[in-house]
Design a protein around this ligand. Structure first.
Ligand SMILES: NC(=O)c1ccc[n+]([C@@H]2O[C@H](COP(=O)([O-])OP(=O)(O)OC[C@H]3O[C@@H](n4cnc5c(N)ncnc54)[C@H](OP(=O)(O)O)[C@@H]3O)[C@@H](O)[C@H]2O)c1
Length: 246
């Protein structure tokens, strides 16, 4: 029997590319994001390209926290069960401290942290009932060090990574695996306006690496693994003066 995965943030970027990658491998897909038209287009293109066993879509705003719980149950039922939930939806707004950007900061925490937590909580509730499962979350290398002009983004990603670690400990021996992904720069609309994107990889390459990490059920990994496994450690010890110029 093929595996099934729910991907949030599946209308664009990493989520969309992962949907194509896993469809190629024969997964059944449940795709969610706010833009129903984009999701429908992704569904049509995936079916035409890879003929996966099933592709279901559902509009979902992860900040409509009650609806997140309904969506997980509805999509699980629509696919006849879910094996993996990928909490991936996220935004990057480029907020600055003390410059009138608090609204952007609040929105970033609501989507990237609380919306992602709601997705994980709903997935855990479903997998606890089922007796097994796999939860994957997209953090970021931005979780390793607070960077200028992305304070709330860094906080959301660090917070989400720690939340997932805590969930892993709490669900220990419950047959539910937790994978925390820390992508570096992957070429998507989230960051394509930035001048400097070190060690950039294509979204297709990123999806290929993420699919392999998910299938290995790793506890956590940077994406790509190298050089960010080394650079991530360096980021933690660089002097503030160096970080301030980034
Ligand atoms: N690209 C990178 O280099 C990179 C690096 C580290 C981490 N990440 C993380 O990877 C994840 C995916 O980002 P991406 O680069 O693929 O960006 P993207 O191309 O902008 O895709 C973001 C996705 O999230 C969805 N989304 C945004 N707000 C949402 C909400 N309130 N409810 C439901 N879905 C929502 C968007 O769909 P709708 O607009 O249709 O809702 C879209 O499908 C994010 O969590 C991001 O922080 C990306």
């Amino acid at each position: 029997m093929s595996s099934s995965i729910l991907i949030t943030g599946a209308s664009s970027g990493i989520g969309k590319a992962l949907a194509f990658e896993l469809a190629k491998k024969g997964y059944s897909l449940a795709l969610a994001s706010r833009e129903a038209d984009l999701l429908q287009q992704v569904r049509n293109d995936i079916i035409a390209a890879h003929h996966p066993p099933a592709v279901v879509i559902r509009p979902l705003d992860v900040t409509d926290y009650e609806d997140v719980f309904k969506a997980v149950d509805e999509l699980a039922e629509a696919l006849g069960g879910l094996d993996i939930v990928f909490a991936n939806a996220g935004i990057g707004l480029g907020e600055r401290v003390g410059k009138g950007d608090f609204e952007k900061a609040r929105r970033t925490i609501e989507v990237n942290l609380i919306g992602a937590m709601a997705t994980v909580d709903a997935a855990a509730a479903y997998f606890l009932k089922k007796g097994k499962g796999h939860i994957v979350g997209t953090s970021s290398v931005a979780a390793f060090r607070g960077m200028p002009k992305s304070s709330a983004y860094c906080a959301s990603k660090a917070g989400f990574a720690i939340y997932l670690e805590a969930a892993r400990a709490e669900l220990f021996k419950k047959n539910i695996d937790i994978t925390v992904l820390y992508p570096g720069y992957i070429d998507t609309p989230l960051n394509n306006m930035l001048k400097n994107r070190p060690f950039l990889i294509s979204v297709e390459k990123g999806a290929e690496i993420i699919a392999s990490l998910i299938e290995k059920r790793v506890k956590s990994s940077t994406v790509p693994v190298y050089p960010w496994n080394i650079v991530g450690r360096l980021m933690k010890i660089l002097p503030t003066g160096v970080i301030a110029k980034m």
